[in-house]
Write a protein that binds this ligand. Structure first.
Ligand code: HEC
Ligand code: HEC
Ligand code: HEC
Ligand code: HEC
Length: 355
């Protein structure tokens, strides 16, 4: 099972590296039928919220020595600033008062989205706002693997294609939300930006999610830190192909996490209503995209959605559907290249709208 998945991830890596045709054949010759791949359990399935284990968080300083430029960009974003500003914010204080939260940096009511929690000698500590590992996954188990090109002295340009596959898929299997599979990153964004916490919204009065969140416009503006692909020379906007893939992956993740939020709804109030509306909207957007791109995996996702009822206290059904969308989304990003999505080009937000 796991082997098949690794292969899919590796092939996905290949496709996004621009080696498509030959490797499609590899995929076919690997004998993966649609039925087999949809039966493939994904090792990360239930881990989407678990790879933030504070015991495995290393902190952004451990990235900075090799990723100085990325770190500098990050320091200018609201994700970084929330660490310094949230506790001084009157609205935040009002939310906390309504919830009986005494310390923002200690109460999971806030820490799960506004802070990076690390296990230190002083116990569990908020060490930053939303940092590298909040999006890329707690790094202890993958940090050494992700930059090892195949042993001491082997440089990037000497790395074999085969080793690159191994490196990327190993990093993912050890909990890295590696950008090679853009769905893994889209999940990070939506985990927080759908604000899937009923009490926080209904009792605390917190905003019920970033309703205008869209992954291309929210990731390619001031947050962008794409230095690796140009060997540190520039902060490149992603290619049109990648933006298309990201755009559709974002819609899928919106559906997945809106379903998760709806699954958590137990009372007829702002939280549940917003979540259900959001799920419905995400599905409609996906259906409209599917009219253009005609992808079998999107058809499967829409079928999953077609089988659920968006109602209160329907936790099991909606969570199961979200888990299925999770698998399909990962597979979408691994196997559908941006070249197959050219018909969506005109819908991708233009750069004037990037945050
Ligand atoms: C010892 C140096 C080093 C450290 C420390 C390091 N990285 Fe990297 N990282 C690299 C190199 C080199 C690459 C480029 C790999 C390649 O060519 O694909 C990279 C690539 C990446 C990528 C792009 C995906 C990939 O696998 O190519 C991400 C994301 C990333 N690093 C995140 C992090 C985070 C987050 C941390 C801290 C927890 C971190 N890195 C720490 C050297 C490092
Ligand atoms: C489930 C995730 C989640 C949790 C938990 C959470 N927030 Fe937020 N919060 C967000 C997101 C996402 C935004 C950004 C919304 C936007 O701008 O679209 C946000 C924005 C805010 C803002 C407005 C932004 C600002 O800095 O002016 C305040 C205030 C705030 N949160 C306070 C809190 C407090 C206090 C807690 C704990 C009681 C908390 N949040 C818990 C996700 C969360
Ligand atoms: C761990 C939770 C978390 C994750 C993961 C996360 N965000 Fe955020 N994001 C927030 C919170 C909280 C804020 C508001 C911070 C504040 O203003 O205090 C925010 C703010 C933002 C803003 C600024 C919004 C504005 O109106 O200026 C952008 C843009 C953004 N996020 C994009 C993204 C993207 C893109 C991703 C995924 C690649 C992502 N975020 C992942 C929690 C998160
Ligand atoms: C809000 C979520 C978020 C945070 C925080 C974040 N990243 Fe990323 N990172 C992303 C996304 C999304 C991409 C892919 C962007 C794209 O392809 O256009 C990415 C891509 C990367 C890449 C690959 C860039 C390339 O050229 O291909 C590296 C390296 C990286 N991140 C390192 C880091 C480091 C180091 C930190 C902390 C200083 C960090 N990231 C913080 C979301 C995040």
């Amino acid at each position: 099972m796991t082997k098949i998945l690794m292969l899919i991830v590796m092939l996905g890596a290949l496709l996004s590296l621009g080696m498509a045709p030959a490797d499609r054949e590899v995929q076919q010759s690997a004998g993966m039928t649609a039925a087999e791949t949809s039966a493939t359990a994904d090792p990360r399935d239930r881990k989407w919220q678990l790879n933030l284990d504070p015991h495995k968080v290393l902190g952004s300083e451990s990235c900075a020595k090799c990723h100085a430029a990325e770190t500098q960009v990050w320091k200018s974003t609201p994700h970084h600033r929330t660490f310094l500003l949230l506790h001084r914010n009157a609205e935040a204080q009002a939310i906390a008062d309504r919830l009986g939260v005494a310390a923002f940096k200690q109460d999971s009511a806030c820490t799960q989205c506004h802070y990076t929690m690390q296990s230190t000698d002083n116990g569990l500590e908020a060490v930053a706002g939303i940092s590298c590992e909040s999006c890329h996954g707690a790094a202890r188990d993958w940090i050494d693997k992700h930059h090892d090109y195949g042993g001491l002295g082997v440089t990037r340009s000497q790395e074999t294609t085969q080793h690159r596959f191994k490196r990327l898929s190993e990093s993912i299997n050890h909990g890295m939300r590696n950008p090679i599979n853009v769905y893994l990153l889209a999940q990070s964004c939506y985990r927080c930006h759908t604000v899937p916490d009923e009490r926080l919204v209904n009792v605390g009065g917190h905003k019920a999610g970033s309703l205008d969140f869209e992954i291309v416009s929210w990731s390619q503006g001031s947050l962008r830190h794409n230095f690796v692909r140009s060997h540190g020379e520039a902060n490149d906007v992603s290619s049109r192909e990648r933006l298309r893939q990201m755009f559709v992956a974002g819609m899928i993740a919106d559906l997945e996490f809106s379903l998760r939020a709806t699954a958590a709804a137990t009372s007829k109030a702002e939280f549940g209503l917003t979540a259900a509306k959001r799920a419905d909207r995400a599905a409609k957007r996906l259906a409209a995209a599917q009219k253009l791109v005609q992808q079998p995996l999107l058809e499967e996702i829409l079928a999953v959605y077609g089988d659920v009822t968006l109602k209160l206290n329907n936790h099991q059904q909606l969570t199961q559907a979200a888990d299925q969308v999770n698998q399909l989304g990962i597979r979408f990003a691994a196997t559908v290249s941006g070249r197959d999505l050219s018909s969506i080009e005109g819908y991708i937000p233009a750069s004037e709208r990037w945050k």
